[in-house]
Write a protein that binds this ligand. Structure first.
Ligand code: COA
Ligand code: AMP
Length: 630
């Protein structure tokens, strides 16, 4: 069948489409139907089924004769370690960890925070939670203690699983002091913590609260898979919204199983047994869906890569890993390719490896610029597929589904809507825009299985953030257009979210940190174009009257403050002091105009601007920082 036939079949009978996809999952009790719409506009999928994620991702492959197949390849150029874990080994490791958690009182529905680097134990921790119906929330290692504390207070975990350290090139990330600091800051206190001691750093444990990863599993009964309801939360993953308070995206168990399994063949074109590699981090949604769950549910081999695209040790690392481990489909962020391309523009490293195993490359997380795609196409000689999705959706809204049919590529477009997604471009009032014209991208409800049903403990916020602007639709927060062939283009965010090196960050959250500095009266953070990271944040500070300290000192302090409060991942390095911020007459800061000035793009003077002269000062400040070329 062609893509068009499959998409139309879904549109004609979504219920039949998803019940058919559900056949690929091992159910303890089959769902009576796919969609549960009695609480519309809140929807659930396969809600009355009984099922277990870990069974589907691990045990069933052992039962079906794949026990000896490698489930996880750990490749860490940072520690010079390589290790393989078979499905049978993974089952016993996960069952033991799950048993130990259960023995300490973790039950179905309890939350468990996982704060770990890219090591196989992070995946085992996720699967152990799934095995006993606990709800994990993985927190990215690049976040500071304060961000971890916010998540602890929001999801109130019974336990936190962490590693002693993470390893960034040239720097050890001391997880344990960050963890201790977060627990001190948080109002909620977990019952206990489990620390995986890495040989690079042994953390000090707090007697009575902290347990050693291996010690606490000693002598416990391994846990079997506990069947849970189809609408039982599998996990909570926090993502940036417009404020400093992150949104807790929930993923339900059954929808995730059905949807991710469907994508592995249809989008990523891998069969069980094939090696699939997503070079991301378990702290992001790509890591959840395509390092841990998708490939394992589908019986693939997944790769846990602890390294960077460049510098660990060189710009050939990706190609070495692909060649050495026989990777068939490879998924990364455009920023990673831009980094490689910058170091190796001619692709010299590519020619050093036999990449005949590689059949396709997938890019997501940010807009894939045509130059990067072309570079990858030219040097790798395989389809390079840009696909568009979000933490909220958990899997691609738009892609080129080469497992079904390879559609022609249009540079700058992540191709077409996947079955399950009725994507539309709307004007401010919610009317459809003509073909090819820019508007807000919205998805007609219901969203498909595997997408967010709501936000953790924040149903009202879920409705106001996503459902209220365009009744009957999910608002993606992205602006773009759809051409006459149905190809979607994503142009920009419609909110204060920016994308730095494929990491989604809130400028509002950064502004909250800047505003907490005692000398700052007012501030704005904007995301400006960056050749490597896509976007980079810049802060503008207006100081309190009477502040007589040097501007440079205050700038240094706010840069440090953002690193301390949000974390290194914010990549907040640039700020400047200005007398005033450009505003509308009603007092709204004209951030988009500031971005235009920084990027050197032409813009129309906003009709509502209070005092156009302020823009000159902004231009001068940006020039001093090396921006504002126009
Ligand atoms: N734990 C702790 N700190 C981390 C971290 C982690 N897991 N991941 C990143 N950081 C730190 C980095 O060390 C860096 O710190 P620094 O300011 O001391 O240099 C900072 O956070 C910014 O990180 P990032 O923006 O990712 O830059 P980078 O220097 O680590 O890597 C590239 C930059 C150019 C290599 C980038 O192209 C890249 O590949 N980034 C990752 C893309 C990605 O996987 N995105 C996920 C979505 S699919
Ligand atoms: P995240 O939730 O971190 O995955 O970020 C999701 C956001 O990243 C989307 O809303 C888009 O703004 C952006 N994004 C992700 N993939 C793409 C893509 N292929 N093209 C353009 N933007 C993308």
């Amino acid at each position: 069948m062609t893509y068009r036939e499959i998409y139309d079949a879904w549109k004609t009978d979504p219920e039949a489409f998803w019940m058919n996809a559900a056949e690929a999952i091992d159910w303890v009790e089959k769902p009576s139907k796919a969609l549960f719409d009695d609480k519309a506009p809140l929807y659930e999928w396969f809600a009355d089924a009984k099922v277990n994620t870990c069974w589907n991702a691990v045990d069933r492959h052992v039962e079906n004769g794949r026990g000896e197949q490698t489930a996880i390849i750990y490749d860490s150029p940072i520690t010079q370690t390589k290790r393989e874990i078979s499905y049978i080994e993974l089952r016993s490791r996960v069952a033991s960890l799950a048993g130990a958690l259960r023995a300490k009182g973790v039950e179905k529905g309890d939350r468990v925070i996982i704060y770990m680097p890219m090591i196989p134990e992070a995946l085992e921790a996720m699967l152990a939670c799934a095995r006993i119906g606990a709800v994990h929330s993985v927190v990215f290692g690049g976040f500071a203690a304060n961000e971890l504390a916010v998540r602890i207070d929001d999801c109130k975990p019974k336990a936190i699983l962490a590693a002693s350290c993470g390893l960034e090139p040239g720097r050890t990330v001391h997880y344990k002091p960050l963890l201790d600091g977060a627990i001190d800051l948080a109002d909620h206190k977990p019952d206990f913590c489990v620390i995986f001691q890495r040989e690079q750093e042994i953390a000090e444990l707090i007697e009575g609260r902290d347990f050693n990863w291996h010690g606490f599993q000693y002598g416990v009964e391994p846990a079997d898979c506990l069947p849970v309801e189809g609408n039982h939360p599998a996990y909570i993953l926090y993502t940036s919204g417009t404020t400093g308070q992150p949104k807790g995206v929930i993923r339900h168990t059954a929808g995730q199983l059905v949807a991710l399994n469907w994508t592995m063949k249809n989008i990523y074109n891998v069969d069980p047994g094939d090696v699939f590699w997503a070079a991301s981090d378990v702290g992001w949604v790509v890591g959840h869906s395509y390092i841990t769950y998708g490939p394992l549910i589908h019986g693939n081999t997944t790769i846990v890569f602890e390294g960077k695209p460049i510098g660990t040790p060189d710009a050939g690392t990706f190609w070495r890993v692909i060649s050495e481990h026989n990777v068939k489909s490879f998924f990364t962020a455009p920023t990673a390719f831009r980094a490689v391309k910058r170091e190796d523009p001619k692709g010299t490293f590519v020619t050093k490896y036999d990449l005949s195993c590689l059949k396709a490359v997938y890019l997501a997380g940010e807009r894939a610029d045509p130059a990067t795609i072309t570079w990858a196409q030219d040097h790798l000689n395989v389809p390079v597929i840009d696909h568009w999705w979000q933490t909220e959706t958990g899997w691609a809204i738009a892609a080129n589904p080469i497992g079904i049919e390879e559609l022609p590529t249009k540079l700058g477009s992540p191709a077409v809507a996947m079955p399950g997604y009725d994507v539309q471009v709307l004007d401010e009032a919610g009317h459809p825009m003509p073909v090819g014209e820019l508007g807000s991208i919205a998805i007609k409800l219901p969203l498909p299985p595997g997408t967010l049903p709501t936000l953790w403990n924040a149903e009202d916020r879920f409705k106001s953030s996503y459902l209220e602007h365009f009744p009957g639709y999910y608002e993606t927060g992205d602006a773009g257009m759809i051409d006459e062939d149905g190809y979607i283009s994503i142009m920009a965010r419609t909110d204060d979210v920016i994308n730095v090196a494929g990491h989604r960050l809130s400028t509002g959250g950064m502004e909250e940190v800047l505003a907490s500095h005692p000398d700052v009266a007012e501030c704005a953070v904007i995301g400006v174009s960056d050749a490597l990271k896509g976007q980079a944040p810049i802060g503008f500070l207006c100081l309190n009257t009477g502040t007589d300290r040097p501007d440079e000192d205050i700038v240094k302090e706010v840069v440090k403050l953002v690193r301390e409060k949000i974390g290194p991942v914010a990549a907040f390095k640039l700020a400047c002091v200005v007398d005033r911020l450009p505003k509308t007459r009603s007092g709204k800061i004209l951030r988009a105009t500031m971005v235009n000035i920084a990027d050197g793009t032409s813009f129309k003077m906003p009709a509502t601007i209070d005092d156009p002269a302020i823009l000159d000062e902004i231009r001068d400040a940006l020039k001093a920082l090396g921006y504002a070329t126009a």
